[in-house]
Design a protein around this ligand. Structure first.
Ligand code: AR6
Length: 171
């Protein structure tokens, strides 16, 4: 039997991530933090244009966010304190190790900010084309091998029934 260092609760949830009360919401972003579609658009629509403005400012100061890396903005009108913008890989072009990195970096950023809860969407499984199965496997591996000091709750929010079913099976 394997033993894992993990000691936060993982909560799988169906629905819209912008409705979740967590200290940080992870956004499935692109390198330019141009939030035009998918979960990114939903976050800006509900959180307000402030999130896009802060994202533009981040890009102006630091340049594009590399695949697998993260950038932080406030969460505008959302209940969360922060949005952690994580750039996942495009299926068929960029490898799974970048998805693993994006997930791990999101957790590390939440720890750096001393947050107690974080919510993830299924990064890269929409416009970027990764199968839910791969994302679910990578997420569970990263979570189970992560040893948090501050995080107590990790939400995984799945937008549709099929995604929820696949993640439930994996977790
Ligand atoms: N809450 C939770 N999950 C959602 C929501 C929501 N409100 N809306 C969509 N999803 P995607 P990607 C799910 O395309 O594949 C954007 O344009 C969706 O069903 O948002 O990483 C960015 O700006 C899917 O399972 O992200 C980038 O250009 C998952 O969230 C690009 O898309 C991710 O889908 C990133 O593509």
């Amino acid at each position: 039997m394997k033993t894992y260092p993990f000691k936060a609760n993982i909560i799988l949830q169906k629905g819209d991530i912008t409705d979740v009360s967590a200290d940080a919401i992870v956004n499935a972003a692109n390198s330019y933090l141009s939030h035009g579609g998918g979960v990114a658009y939903a976050i800006v629509r509900k959180g307000g244009y402030q999130i896009q403005k802060e994202s533009d400012e981040y890009i102006r100061l630091h340049g594009p966010v590399k695949t697998g890396e993260v950038a932080v903005t406030t969460a505008g009108k959302l209940k969360a304190k922060y949005i952690i913008h994580a750039v996942g890989p495009i299926f068929g072009i960029e490898g799974e190790e970048k998805l693993e990195l994006a997930i791990r970096k999101s957790l590390e950023k939440a720890e750096e900010l001393k947050l107690s809860s974080i919510a993830f969407p299924a990064i890269s499984t929409g416009i970027y084309g990764y199968p839910y199965e791969i994302c679910a496997r990578i997420m569970s591996d990263v979570f189970l091998n992560f040893s948090p000091n501050y995080l107590k709750e990790i939400y995984v929010v799945l937008y549709d029934e099929k995604a929820y079913r696949i993640f439930e099976e994996e977790f």
